[in-house]
Design a binder for this molecule. Structure first.
Ligand SMILES: Nc1ncnc2c1ncn2[C@@H]1O[C@H](COP(=O)(O)OP(=O)(O)O)[C@@H](O)[C@H]1O
Ligand SMILES: [Mg+2]
Length: 177
């Protein structure tokens, strides 16, 4: 039996909450970012797996200052976004057109509280449409978010190195590994 099919079978009996990614083959790898250049290298590898038409939900987990926004900025830059990339913490979402085609949406759910906002702000439509969705503080919108294609769990070590656990679809995790 192929590993992917095996994985699906193993997961078959599990109640499929959003903690369980919807893809058949789930991989995990660990990365170390001693500096932003290392994060940049990961952004480049991830971008090459996302192109030509980025369509994925990527969650960025980690405490304040972990480097979530920084990684999103690096990734959007690699994908060709020019101009200012501001943190969406107040607006919750910042939309971008990608020069190669398609869209990216950068979310920061830190201040997201009211589930009605999900409808009112049009987030349901954004997640129903193709495009790249980059989500900071996804745990604050856990009841609304669809399953992720990639989850990055960023830990800030005492020497400022970022230790990152990447969990998700084989395509994206293998690109990062
Ligand atoms: N990979 C990294 N290596 C070194 N410094 C980083 C890295 N990522 C972020 N930083 C620094 O940490 C600070 C906080 O990063 P930020 O991306 O705003 O965190 P978050 O969005 O997780 O709260 C920034 O000032 C940035 O310069
Ligand atoms: Mg941030």
């Amino acid at each position: 039996m192929r590993p992917a099919a095996q994985t699906t079978q193993q997961r078959g009996g599990i109640d499929s909450g959003r903690d369980f990614l919807h893809l058949a083959a789930i991989l995990e790898t660990q990365l170390l970012w001693p500096d932003e250049a290392a994060a940049q290298a990961s952004a480049e590898r991830l971008a090459s797996a996302l192109l030509p038409a980025p369509d994925a939900v990527i969650e960025l987990h980690g405490p304040l200052g972990a480097g979530k926004t920084t990684f999103v900025r690096l990734l959007l830059r690699v994908l060709g976004v020019a101009g200012r990339i501001k943190s969406p913490s107040y607006a919750v979402m910042e939309p971008y057109d990608l020069p190669a085609g398609g869209t990216a949406s950068h979310f920061d759910f830190y201040r997201f509280g009211d589930p009605r906002e999900w409808e009112d702000a049009g987030f349901r439509d954004v997640f129903a449409a193709p495009g790249l969705k980059l989500c900071e503080w996804p745990e604050k919108a856990a009841g609304q978010l669809p399953p992720a294609d990639l989850q990055l769990f960023i830990d800030l070590l005492p020497d400022d190195t970022r230790r990152v656990r990447a969990v998700g679809s084989a395509r994206l995790v293998e690109a990062l590994a």
